[in-house]
Design a protein around this ligand. Structure first.
Ligand SMILES: Cc1cc2nc3c(=O)[nH]c(=O)nc-3n(C[C@H](O)[C@H](O)[C@H](O)COP(=O)(O)OP(=O)(O)OC[C@H]3O[C@@H](n4cnc5c(N)ncnc54)[C@H](O)[C@@H]3O)c2cc1C
Length: 372
């Protein structure tokens, strides 16, 4: 009997579970390890923050999906991994062994990268913890006008700034002032210039002040920028990119310079072929691409196929990540910006399109509880 552990309930693993529900792997005993029994879909989080969705509409329940796949779920997380001994140490004190390990645990946020952030910051990851802080923040905005500063000029930071503006300050009385600190470059840096300009216009239309500067320190009621400026801030929302999960350090797996698992085209670890990794936790050595939910979703089918092949002695096939992906950025107000290569568009219809795609993703992996 081959022991297969699925670590993390991310975008690729929900596909693996659905694949297993359709057809079990003969001779395999699987376990899913996840700290949360539901997977919050990050693409819908800005809509949730803006008040367009309930939390239930943005999650894939993992318990029914795992039950349909006949995979027991351990509600805990990995704290250490020994790739040579083939063991995983879990936060609940257990140590479990595996013959094949599949990693889809995403990224984490370093709480000490900005001094004062650990004490003062609202970190967007883990998303489950972040979304629990929204209602208290909205309640506080009813008592007094809040200064909210989103730190991080990538797509998540830009979308969250506009979503928070909509939720806290969007209707009637201005209950919050929202600012965005980008880290230096313009917001949406890395996107085509046309998309950056669309983003800047959308932020300006929502009265969001943009600081192309770095946040160097956070203290109670204020944050400090590299230029020396001091911004009033009641709620610093930290949306700086993801860091590698600490359980990988000392695991013996070959890692990239930032600490993510290096894999080849078959999604196998370069150093330990019995370990597969997909999504943000992995870096493709042969075809580096940005870490994003779109890429994580696309890795689901090849991961499922290659896990099956590895367990049954079949041939593992290469996965070719797409160079161009469709990106849809919500503006918080029922509009969105689309981009694909150098093409871009904007409007209500783009939000409608995004909404359909996102709801479709959730529906595809939602197993009705009655079917369990
Ligand atoms: C607000 C926001 C909006 C975003 N919007 C988009 C978007 O519109 N489009 C896009 O392409 N990307 C978007 N992203 C980026 C996207 O969230 C990530 O690229 C994507 O989530 C990566 O998927 P994943 O499966 O690798 O990891 P995740 O989705 O992070 O899933 C990892 C899972 O593993 C679990 N886990 C974590 N640590 C452990 C551990 N030690 N042991 C066991 N389990 C663990 C987690 O609880 C989680 O369930 C957004 C990010 C944010 C923060």
């Amino acid at each position: 009997m081959k022991r297969i552990v699925l670590l993390g309930g991310g975008h690729a693993h929900v596909h693996v579970l659905r694949d297993l529900a359709r057809e079990p792997i003969p001779g395999a005993e699987l376990t899913l390890v996840t700290p949360f029994t539901r997977q919050m879909y990050s693409g819908m989080v800005p809509g949730l923050v803006a008040g367009r969705y309930t939390a239930e509409q943005c999650v894939i329940p993992l318990l029914p999906l795992a039950a349909a796949a006949r995979v027991p779920l351990l509600e805990t997380q990995a704290v250490a991994l020994d790739a040579s001994a083939r063991t995983l140490q879990l936060a609940n004190g257990e140590v479990i062994g595996w013959d094949i390990l599949s990693l889809d645990t995403g990224s984490v946020m370093d709480r000490d990268r900005i001094p004062g952030a650990r004490e003062q910051g609202l970190f967007v990851r883990p998303i489950e913890h972040f979304v629990r802080q929204l209602d208290p923040l909205a309640a506080l905005a009813q008592d007094r006008v809040l200064d909210v500063v989103v730190i991080g000029g990538g797509a998540a930071g830009v979308e969250l700034a506009m979503a928070l503006q909509r939720r806290l300050a969007g209707q009637g009385d201005e209950r919050a002032r929202v600012a965005l600190v980008t880290g230096g470059p313009p917001p949406l840096f890395g996107y085509p210039q046309r998309v950056i300009e669309r983003g800047l216009r959308a932020l300006a239309a929502r009265r969001i002040t943009v600081f192309q500067d770095r946040c160097v320190r956070i203290e109670t009621g204020a944050l400090h920028l590299g230029s020396g400026a001091r911004l009033a801030c009641d709620a610093p929302v930290i949306a700086t990119g993801g860091d590698a999960p600490p359980y990988l350090q000392g695991s013996g797996l070959q890692l990239d310079e930032r600490g993510f698992v290096l894999t080849g085209a078959t999604l196998q670890s370069l150093s330990h072929p019995e370990v597969l990794a997909a999504g943000d936790v992995a870096t493709r050595a042969d075809a580096p691409h940005p870490k994003s939910g779109v890429h994580a979703v696309r890795a689901g089918p090849p991961l499922a196929a290659n896990l099956r092949a590895l367990a049954t002695g079949g041939e593992l096939l290469p996965h070719q990540p797409q160079l161009r992906t469709l990106n849809l950025l919500s503006c918080g107000n029922g509009r969105a910006i689309a981009s694909y290569g150098n093409w871009s568009a904007q409007g209500r219809w783009v939000w409608w399109w995004k909404d359909r795609i996102d709801r479709g993703f959730i529906a595809r992996y939602t197993v009705p509880a009655v079917a369990v």
